[in-house]
Design a protein around this ligand. Structure first.
Ligand SMILES: *[C@@H]1O[C@H](CO)[C@@H](O)[C@H](O)[C@H]1NC(C)=O
Ligand SMILES: *[C@@H]1O[C@H](CO)[C@@H](O)[C@H](O)[C@H]1NC(C)=O
Ligand SMILES: *[C@@H]1O[C@H](CO)[C@@H](O)[C@H](O)[C@H]1NC(C)=O
Ligand SMILES: *[C@@H]1O[C@H](CO)[C@@H](O)[C@H](O)[C@H]1NC(C)=O
Length: 444
C-alpha cells in the first residue's frame, strides 16, 4: 500500500510497481504521510533509475499488465510535473440564519411526478433469478427513464419476488421512522472502515440547524465496531455529537465504494419527506451552516442541484486517463463505460465554446446540495443507475447523464449550479482517507 497524490488530496491505494512509476509525488501533509512520503520518494527514485535503465536499453515497459483495455492508453509519465496548489475562496454566505426565507414560488422547476420500481418479478428462462438492489433495467427502460415526465423508474431499493432475500441496505425500523421525519438532511457514510468519524464543527452550525436539520452518518456494522473500539461511543439516542449513526446491514454491493453511492445519490429515497439535502464525503468535515449553505447554493441561485467542478480536470477524456493512472478501477470496465458514452454522443469538453452548458464536465462530487425537486430526483436516479450499471467512478458518468437528460428534454430545464471547487474548500475541511483501513475495498 502506498499513498498517492490525487490533486491536493492523498488517497491510499494498493497498486502494482509499474503503476507507481507513473505517479508524481509531493510533500505529504500528515506526519504518517511524511514518513511514507519519504519512503515512496525513495522508491520512486529507484523506480526512475530502473525506468531510465530500461529506456536506455530500448525495452518497453508493460503498463498495467493485463488491465489493457481497448480505449485510451495510459501515456508514460515520468518525473514530477509541478502540482497546482488549491486554496479555498470566499463563499459569500448570509451572515445569519435569522432572516432566511425559503422561497415559495421562485421555483420554476420542471414539474412531473416520478415513482420508483419497488419489486421485480422477472423469472428468467433458466428459472434462476437473482434479485439486485439496482434491479435489472433493460437498455430500453434505461433510455425511456431519461424523459422528464410522469414515470416509474429504477432507482435502487428494488426488491425481488416475495420470498426472496433482501437486496440489501437494510435499516432498522427506528432509524427508518426517524429518517421519515427529516425535512432537511446532512448525510454522509463510512463503509469498510475507510475513514474516521469527523464531526461537523459545532460552532459553525446555528442553533436553528441543530434543531431542525437531521445529520445522519450511515455505516456498516464493522465500521461501527471499529469506531466503538476507538472510543466513539453512541449516546443513548444513537448520536455521536451531531451525527446520528445509522447502521446499514446487508450491504448491497461487495464494492464498498459502490455501496457508498447509495446514500450519496439516493437521499430522496432514504429521506422521503426531505425537501433538501446536503451530501458530504467522509473525508470532509462540515464547517458551514446547512441552512446558509442551502440559501447560498440553491435559493439565491434559483437552482435545484449544486455540485462543484473538479479543481484540475474538465474533460471526461482526462478523467478516464487519470482513473487508469491511479488504477482506480478495472481498466476494461472503464473502457466499456467510456465507449458506451462516446457512442451515445459524449463529446470532449470545449472551453472555448460559449454555449457549453457546464463550466466543467468533471465534478468534484464530495459535496452536493440538493432540492428534492422532480428534475433533481430524476437526475440523482439516473446518475445512480449509471454507477450501478457501469463503474462506481461517478465522475465518469456525471456529464454524460447531465447532457443526455438535457438533450432528451430540450424544453424542460434542469437548474444545476456547478460552483467553483474553491468554494467547496471554504465550507469543509479536507482530510486524508483513513490509511490503516479495514477490509480492503473490492476491486471489481
Ligand atoms: C418563473 O416563471 C414565470 C412565468 O414564466 C416568470 O414570470 C418568472 O419570472 C419566473 N421566475 C423566475 C425566478 O425565473
Ligand atoms: C402527472 O402526475 C401528476 C401527479 O400525479 C398529475 O397531476 C398529472 O396530471 C400527470 N401528468 C400527466 C401528463 O399524466
Ligand atoms: C474487469 O472488467 C471486465 C469487463 O467488465 C470483466 O470481464 C473482468 O472480469 C474484470 N476483471 C477483474 C479483474 O475484475
Ligand atoms: C470549440 O468551440 C469553438 C467555438 O464554438 C469552435 O470554433 C471549435 O471548433 C471547437 N473546438 C472543437 C475541438 O470542437
Amino acid at each position: 500500500m502506498a499513498l498517492h497524490r490525487h490533486g491536493s488530496e492523498v488517497l491510499p491505494e494498493r497498486r502494482d510497481i509499474s503503476g507507481s512509476v507513473v505517479r508524481s509525488y509531493e510533500r505529504l501533509r500528515t506526519r504518517r504521510g511524511r514518513k511514507l512520503g519519504r519512503f515512496t520518494k525513495r522508491m520512486l527514485s529507484l523506480a526512475l533509475l530502473f525506468l531510465i535503465y530500461l529506456l536506455g536499453f530500448g525495452i518497453k515497459l508493460p503498463f498495467h499488465g493485463s488491465h489493457h483495455g481497448s480505449g485510451l492508453k495510459v501515456p508514460v509519465r515520468t518525473k514530477n510535473k509541478q502540482r497546482k496548489q488549491h486554496f479555498p475562496c470566499e463563499a459569500g454566505f448570509a451572515k445569519s440564519v435569522d432572516n432566511l426565507v425559503e422561497p415559495k414560488d421562485f421555483m420554476n422547476f420542471t414539474q412531473f411526478s416520478i415513482r420508483y420500481i419497488d419489486r421485480e418479478e422477472i423469472i428468467s428462462e433458466h428459472g434462476t433469478f437473482e434479485p439486485r438492489f439496482g434491479g435489472h433495467q433493460t437498455l430500453q427502460e434505461r433510455e425511456n427513464s431519461f424523459y422528464a415526465r410522469n414515470q416509474t423508474l429504477h432507482c435502487g431499493f428494488v426488491k425481488g419476488p416475495v420470498g426472496y432475500p433482501s437486496t440489501g441496505f437494510d435499516l432498522n425500523e427506528k432509524d427508518r421512522e426517524y429518517m421519515n421525519t427529516c425535512h432537511i438532511v446532512v448525510s454522509s457514510c463510512i463503509f469498510g472502515s475507510s475513514d474516521f468519524l469527523r464531526r461537523p464543527t459545532s460552532k459553525k452550525i446555528s442553533d436553528y440547524s441543530k434543531k431542525n436539520v437531521c445529520f445522519v452518518m450511515f455505516m456498516d456494522e464493522l465500521t461501527m465496531e471499529k469506531l466503538s473500539s476507538e472510543g466513539k461511543v453512541l449516546d443513548g439516542e444513537g448520536y455521536v455529537g451531531l451525527w446520528r449513526i445509522v447502521v446499514v446491514k446487508n450491504l448491497p454491493y461487495t464494492d464498498m465504494r459502490k455501496t457508498g453511492k447509495v446514500p450519496k445519490f439516493l437521499p430522496h429515497r432514504l429521506f422521503p419527506s426531505a425537501r433538501y439535502s446536503i451530501w458530504l464525503d467522509s473525508k470532509l468535515r462540515l464547517q458551514a451552516d446547512p441552512m446558509l449553505t442551502l440559501e447560498y447554493f440553491l435559493w439565491r441561485e434559483g437552482s435545484e442541484y449544486a455540485i462543484s467542478n473538479h479543481y484540475d480536470r474538465h474533460c471526461v477524456w482526462e478523467e478516464v486517463l487519470q482513473n487508469k493512472r491511479l488504477n482506480k478501477y478495472n481498466h476494461t470496465a472503464i473502457d466499456e463505460q467510456f465507449q458506451f458514452y462516446q457512442s451515445d454522443g459524449l463529446i470532449k469538453f470545449n472551453a472555448t465554446d460559449e454555449s457549453i452548458p457546464l463550466p466543467s464536465y468533471v465534478p468534484e462530487g464530495s459535496f452536493i446540495v440538493r432540492a428534492h425537486s422532480p428534475m433533481s430526483n430524476l437526475f440523482s436516479c439516473l446518475w445512480f443507475n449509471e454507477v450501478d450499471r457501469f463503474t462506481s467512478r461517478d465522475q465518469l458518468s456525471f456529464a454524460y447523464t447531465f447532457l443526455k437528460l438535457r438533450r432528451m428534454n430540450p424544453k424542460k430545464p434542469f437548474f444545476l449550479n456547478m460552483f467553483k471547487d474553491c468554494e467547496r474548500r471554504a465550507l469543509v475541511k479536507l482530510f486524508h482517507h483513513r490509511v490503516d483501513g479495514g477490509p480492503p475495498t473490492t476491486f471489481v
